[in-house]
Design a protein around this ligand. Structure first.
Ligand code: COA
Length: 173
């Protein structure tokens, strides 16, 4: 039986290595990318409106989700704003909560924790909309986001330095 609870920024900073490791397993990323992700998470906890939740199994983190209120000058915000174009960027990003990460360790997937994490984080998110990027495939994550009401804002989107196609999705909160 897993426990879900809110995690504040300082506790999440202490869990950054565990969270990055779950990200690596869930997304099948290399050890180098996992280390980079840990540093990115450590920066994200300082962002305005940071909201996180974790799922724990016997005190170990096995899943997490978090986001924040994005602002111009942040890498993801600026790249996505350029991709959406001025009008849609204003519509979705000006008062948007950016769901940065949502991952459940592979051996814990399929038991409802991903949906509980998404519900919990978005129920506490500040902003009129939530926006996210996810690999542009028919993945479990895409199904989960669609069932929550997220719609595609942009498909086949490439982030600088990556060949992987992403979808940008958004929902009004
Ligand atoms: C996306 C993810 C967090 C979902 O977590 P989870 O605990 O496995 O999901 P849940 O058991 O709560 O299922 C929630 C919904 O996800 C979808 N889903 C889950 N497994 C699925 C599968 N094998 N095929 C299709 N849809 C699936 C369904 O919509 C499901 O809703 P339902 O139970 O009403 O059918 C998890 O699969 C994961 O970590 N995936 C890899 C990392 C990733 O893609 N993260 C998102 C990056 S943006």
């Amino acid at each position: 039986m897993t426990d879900l609870r809110a995690i504040d920024a300082s506790e999440f900073r202490a869990l950054a290595t565990d969270a990055a490791s779950i990200y690596g397993e869930a997304m099948r990323r290399s050890p180098e990318v996992v280390v980079q992700r840990r540093d990115i998470i450590t920066a994200h906890v300082t962002y305005r409106g940071f909201v996180a939740a974790g799922v724990f199994d016997a005190m170990s983190l096995v899943g997490f989700g978090y986001g924040y209120q994005g602002v111009p000058g942040q890498w993801w915000h600026d790249v996505v704003a350029a991709g959406l174009g001025r009008d849609r960027a204003k519509r979705w990003l000006r008062d948007g909560f950016e769901l940065a990460e949502l991952h459940v360790r592979p051996d814990h997937q399929g038991y409802g924790d991903g949906r509980r994490l998404l519900d919990d984080v978005l129920s506490r998110a500040n902003g009129a909309h939530a926006v996210l990027s996810t690999p542009d495939t028919e993945s479990p994550a895409r199904h989960l986001y669609r069932s929550y009401g997220f719609a595609d804002l942009c498909c086949d989107f490439r982030f600088p330095g990556s060949q992987e196609a992403y979808a940008i999705m958004g929902v009004d909160l």
